[in-house]
Design a protein around this ligand. Structure first.
Ligand code: SF4
Length: 224
């Protein structure tokens, strides 16, 4: 099996992570606010980071990004503000329910979420339709917990690199957690997604210019 530390070392040397590429990561670094990180992550579901950013900025200017401002806004105002993210009806409902929950459980203080155990946090957030395991994992890794959230890029590149043979979210994550130490998981999460976006594309991976070309087993990749 290819050594994961060598993969991370090479990716780190060739792929930079710039502002605007990972909205949840940017929001976490700028605000450290778990509510805003969750809002950003919900907006980024099934759309590009650019669209998520457009919706996030519009939500910020029209309604605001504080729990209380979103709690007070009507659902239709919320939907209008985030249309650019797509799936705006379901995303608006999820964001609204999240704000309601933080008002009811923590008197509107988003850092109340950080006082829960990971299991309590997962159970509470999973009760909101539109917030799933991946969204919660994105929050967790961005507030310092060593979990690797999986998206379509990570699932694909992990199999091609031979890091896992699994297909289900939990199984792939378990395999990656066995290989990648907790303190490297945020970095690995970002770099593996960037690898998928840059070289290891779904239809035609650019193996000949990929920095992992000489060490990658290219499992399931058709020869060029
Ligand atoms: S060498 Fe090809 S299959 Fe392997 S990670 Fe790079 S692009 Fe993907």
């Amino acid at each position: 099996m290819v050594a994961i530390l060598e993969i991370i070392r090479r990716l780190e040397g060739s792929l930079s992570i710039g502002k605007g590429e990972f909205i949840a990561y940017d929001v976490a670094r700028e605000t450290g606010d778990p509510f805003k990180i969750l809002v950003a992550t919900i907006l980024s579901q099934n759309t590009s980071e650019a669209n998520a950013y457009r919706a996030y900025d519009e939500l910020k200017s029209r309604i605001g990004l504080e729990v209380h401002s979103i709690y007070r806004a009507s659902l239709s105002e919320l939907e209008e503000s985030i249309r650019k993210a797509g799936l705006w009806k379901s995303k608006a409902r999820a964001i609204k329910e999240l704000a309601n929950l933080i008002i009811e459980r923590f008197n509107g203080e988003p850092n109340g979420l950080l006082k829960l155990t990971v299991d309590e946090l997962r159970d509470m957030l999973l009760s909101i339709p539109g917030i799933g395991v991946k969204t919660i994992d994105v929050l967790l890794v961005n507030i310092g917990y060593g979990v690797i959230p999986l998206d379509t890029h990570i699932l694909r590149v992990s199999r091609r690199l031979g890091l896992t043979e699994a297909r289900r979210y939990d199984d792939v994550q378990r395999d990656l957690h066995k290989l990648i130490p907790p303190k490297l998981r945020l970095k690995a999460h970002l770099l593996l997604i960037k690898l998928g976006r840059t070289y290891c594309k779904a239809r035609k991976p650019l193996c000949s210019v990929c920095v992992l070309n000489d060490i990658c087993p290219k499992i399931g990749v058709e020869k060029e």
